[in-house]
Design a protein around this ligand. Structure first.
Ligand SMILES: N[C@@H](CCC(=O)N[C@@H](CS)C(=O)NCC(=O)O)C(=O)O
Length: 206
């Protein structure tokens, strides 16, 4: 059985957890915080979470873990079977991570950890996140899911990225980052209503 290492406040951890829940795959949760201790580094070489333990060994990096889960699991598929459409979903995940998630992260210290970040960092974050979200908006079909008529890993990646990115917008950048993208807000609401997402929320609140 797969072991999932991490903690419920981590958005990357929740991206993997929701894939396991949606696919109905059994897994064991192993509470674990990021660290540079050898104990974690031998499992996740950057000391980041999540990582998973498989019967063959450990894997880290969320998008790689999602690909692995897809390769070993049956239904429901969370990538399209058509190679081009599948690549488009992966392209979207990469864009969300590089151009929304990572710029938002530059403001986490102030949003979540009682620190502060410079005005320069804030203005760069706002510019970069806005550019990233414009890219998502340009590509997303939201019909009804982010990348078409079937739910995919891109929906969950987007949901947990926006969970914290919207909080950064509100608390640090003093703006509603989805003000001109109401379709995305509606989609996030629907995704958050799913049983899997409700379970993750309950675990997070606990
Ligand atoms: N690229 C990694 C990022 C994972 C990540 O940044 N996880 C955070 C927790 S949400 C972490 O471990 N932070 C500690 C660190 O960056 O050292 C992935 O895709 O899994």
């Amino acid at each position: 059985m797969i072991k999932l290492y991490g903690f419920p406040l981590s958005n990357y951890f929740n991206m993997v957890k929701i894939a396991l829940l949606e696919k109905g795959m059994e897994f064991e949760y192993v509470p674990c915080k990021p660290s540079q201790d050898e104990e974690l580094l031998c499992k996740s070489p950057m000391g980041k979470i999540p990582c998973i333990e498989t019967e063959h060994g450990f894997l880290s990096e969320t998008s790689v873990i999602l690909d692995y889960l897809e390769d070993i699991s049956g239904q429901p598929a969370l990538y399209p079977s058509d190679p081009y459409q599948r690549a488009r979903v992966k392209e979207m995940i990469k864009e969300i991570e590089l151009y929304v998630e990572l710029p938002a992260r530059t403001c986490y210290a102030e949003a979540f950890f009682g620190g502060s970040v410079s005005e320069e960092t804030k203005s760069a974050a706002l510019k970069n996140i806005s550019k990233g979200l414009a890219c998502v908006k340009r590509k997303a079909s939201i019909s009804p899911f982010l990348m078409g008529d079937s739910i995919s890993h891109a929906d969950f990646f987007f949901m947990y990225t926006m969970d914290l990115t919207l909080a950064v917008g509100k608390k640090v950048l003093k703006t509603d980052l989805l003000a001109d993208f109401p379709e995305a807000r509606d989609l996030l609401e629907k995704l958050n209503d799913r049983d899997s997402a409700q379970q993750i929320l309950a675990d997070k609140n606990a």
